[in-house]
Write a protein that binds this ligand. Structure first.
Ligand code: F6R
Length: 363
């Protein structure tokens, strides 16, 4: 039942405030002190390295979580695509924790990578399907509680994966005494605000629907982000190419002048995901380089960012403000809505894009 929505994807995007709140309520029960996630029988004090392995959107969730584990808990993290990791046969140190992220829990390459690590490291998985092979073969399996995801393009599973990974990073910070208790409590409080902020971010749907008609005319689109917004730029590009069949690429803003700036002309939409964070000025100077070459910039930012940097932009979308470290969870929503409405404008099959399967059980 699509609950009154035209597509599963629309329903699954709209469900995010609810499923995120469910996941938070499960992992942070009312009245609990600190970040002692139920079911996470693991002390990060004994972990000196994390490797994270996944495919596609789940891989981008891992790339985002690298920023969190490193900045909040000071644990070095390596992230890899499962199909590369499994054949590279990388060495794993004694105190390495291996984390596998998968919506279906059945992705062939991710499962093979997990099996490679099985006798070499502690295995933790973050899955949506609790009865899956990946969950069964893990030492610790954490459900993301997103509910069934039917649209081939992953939406609510991505934001729920991010939420569970953010909680894990906070638990790691607590176990390693890497943050003062008040700072930790502040981060937890900020995560609890996300469902409400995401509900407000969904209000951008109408503005996105209108501009998607123009986006649908493009043959290429560039997504830019910096810091934890960089993996989200990659995810935004994947979502768009997957369902609208428009060629899209994500780049770290700082990489622009190392090559992709050559692509910029008046036909190229450049979508910039930039909350007003400590790196905002650097991102905006990259944006100005794009505008100086006639590029059409869609700036997705918060009120403060919009007040400072709207001049010359093609469009500006204003998101509710959130602490920058967790902004990727919120900014996933406009990325999903852009892909969704652009695909609708092009008339493609949103829920079942050509050539793709929901669960990739062959390599
Ligand atoms: C993109 C998408 C895919 C999956 C990837 C991994 O929207 O859905 O990139 O994220 O195939 O699938 P899981 O998470 O089931 O391992």
């Amino acid at each position: 039942d699509k609950g009154g929505h035209k597509h599963w994807m629309a329903k699954e995007i709209a469900e995010q405030p609810t499923v995120l709140a469910d996941a938070l309520a499960h992992y942070l029960p009312e009245g609990a002190k600190g970040v002692n996630l139920p079911g996470v029988d693991l002390d990060f004090a004994g972990v000196d390295r994390i490797v994270m392995v996944a495919c596609g959107t789940a891989f981008y969730a891992c790339q985002t979580a690298k920023y969190w584990f490193e900045q909040l808990a000071r644990i070095p993290v390596e992230v890899d695509i499962a199909s590369e990791f499994r054949y590279r046969e990388p060495p794993l140190g004694d105190n390495t924790l291996a984390i596998f992220v998968s919506q279906s829990g059945e992705t062939a390459d991710t499962l093979a990578a997990l099996r490679y690590c099985a006798d070499k490291a502690k295995i933790l998985s973050v899955v949506n399907v609790a009865e899956s092979s990946i969950a069964r073969e893990s030492d610790v399996a954490l459900p993301i509680l997103a509910g069934a995801e039917i649209g081939v393009a992953s939406t609510k599973a991505f934001t729920c994966q991010l939420t569970v990974l953010a909680l894990l990073a906070l638990k790691a910070a607590q176990d390693r005494a890497a943050l003062p208790a008040e700072t930790l409590a502040q981060h937890v409080g900020n995560l609890r605000l996300l469902p409400g902020r995401i509900a407000r971010a969904l209000d951008a749907g109408e503005a996105i629907r209108e501009l998607s008609w123009e986006l649908a005319e493009a043959s290429d689109v560039l997504f830019l982000g910096r810091g934890p917004m960089y993996p989200l730029a990659l995810e935004g590009a994947l979502k768009l190419k997957e369902i609208s069949y428009i060629h899209a690429e994500g780049y770290a803003s700082g990489e622009l002048k190392h090559g992709p700036l050559a692509l910029v002309d008046s036909t190229l939409p450049v979508i910039v995901m930039a909350p007003r964070d400590g790196l905002f000025d650097k991102t905006i100077s990259n944006v100005q380089e794009v505008m100086a070459r006639g590029g059409r910039v869609l700036l997705i930012t918060d009120a403060e960012g919009a007040a400072e940097a709207s001049a010359g932009a093609w469009h500006v979308l204003e998101m509710p403000s959130v602490p920058p470290i967790f902004a990727p969870i919120l900014y996933a929503v406009p990325a999903q809505l852009l892909a969704y409405h652009t695909a609708i404008a092009k008339g493609t099959d949103v829920d079942q894009p050509r050539n793709l399967a929901k669960s990739v059980t062959v390599e």
